[in-house]
Design a protein around this ligand. Structure first.
Ligand SMILES: Nc1nc2c(ncn2[C@@H]2O[C@H](COP(=O)(O)OP(=O)(O)O)[C@@H](O)[C@H]2O)c(=O)[nH]1
Ligand SMILES: [Mg+2]
Length: 260
């Protein structure tokens, strides 16, 4: 049964312990995704029957967290953390990775919850982490900007903004990847011990994490994916988030070039 601490509004809600042991967990961060969350859970858990899943919700006013908690009551591979108050996508991803590590998982895949990332691509990301006969990777990026990868349904303004951020990350932050801003990745969780945690709490978490992993010598690979813009619910990438991300990226540029 999920813990129900609704009487005490300041307490984060968690689905029940203990967790059965597992090697790979798929983390999805949610804010107001009630139209998407049920289908996402079904598709992730069906992608491979050894996968666990962790949903980190920021107390979505539309009840997304409650939907996930109710599912977790009967699904032992599903775990849910409902945090009190909106704390940002980057903060949710980082907390999810830490929870996964604390529960002994070796690899986490993290993804958006709006169906832009296809759960059927998860096995390909995992295969790139441990290629048979090849070198294991530390991070596999689901990439729209390598041959075979693409974006469907984005307005031109989003495409341009995303390409600018990727260009900036490659040529100003000196991280040699093609898709630095996507949020569909597999990461070897032991790497968290080798870096200082990203300071970016919002969308710039993606570039910030890459910047730190690259400087720590992580082996990063890119796997082509098709990103399809959401058809249900609405984007949370608003003006405030854009401003915050630009500030975070400029801070990283200062660290790269001036060292502070
Ligand atoms: N937990 C949590 N998730 C968030 C927050 N902001 C956005 N998300 C989730 O992050 C993912 C990406 O957000 P989305 O609105 O689709 O951004 P876009 O794809 O860049 O337009 C979605 O799963 C959102 O529900 C937040 O503050 N907290
Ligand atoms: Mg989206």
């Amino acid at each position: 049964m999920p813990t129900d601490a609704s009487a005490s509004a300041a307490v984060d809600l968690r689905s029940s312990d203990p967790w059965a042991p597992g090697r790979v967990i798929v983390n999805a961060s949610t804010y107001k995704e009630r139209e998407n969350i049920g289908g996402l859970i079904d598709r992730v858990l069906a992608a491979r029957d050894d996968l666990h899943m962790l949903v980190v919700d920021d107390d979505s006013p539309d009840g997304t967290g409650r939907i996930a908690l109710d599912r977790a009551a009967t699904e032992p591979r599903l775990h849910v953390l409902v945090r009190r108050g909106r704390r940002g996508l980057g903060s949710a991803i980082l907390e999810g990775l830490r929870v996964a590590r604390a529960h002994g998982f070796e690899i986490a895949v993290y993804m958006d919850a709006d169906m832009s990332h296809d759960p059927d691509d998860i096995p390909r990301l995992l295969a790139a982490m441990d290629p048979p006969g090849g070198k294991p990777a530390d991070l596999a990026i689901g990439s729209r900007r390598v041959p075979g990868g693409k974006t469907i349904g984005w307005p031109l303004s989003r495409e341009i903004a995303s390409r600018l951020v990727c260009w900036f990350t490659r040529w100003v932050l000196w991280v040699p990847v093609h898709d630095a801003s996507g949020g569909f990745r597999a990461i070897r969780l032991s790497l968290l011990d080798r870096i200082e945690p990203p300071e970016s709490k919002g969308y710039a978490f993606q570039e910030d994490l890459l910047w730190r992993l690259h400087r720590a010598g992580a082996r990063i690979v890119e796997v082509p994916i098709t990103f399809t813009d959401r058809t249900q619910g609405s984007s949370k990438a608003d003006l405030a988030e854009t401003r915050r991300s630009i500030g975070d990226l400029l801070k990283l540029a200062r660290r790269t070039w001036l060292g502070f």
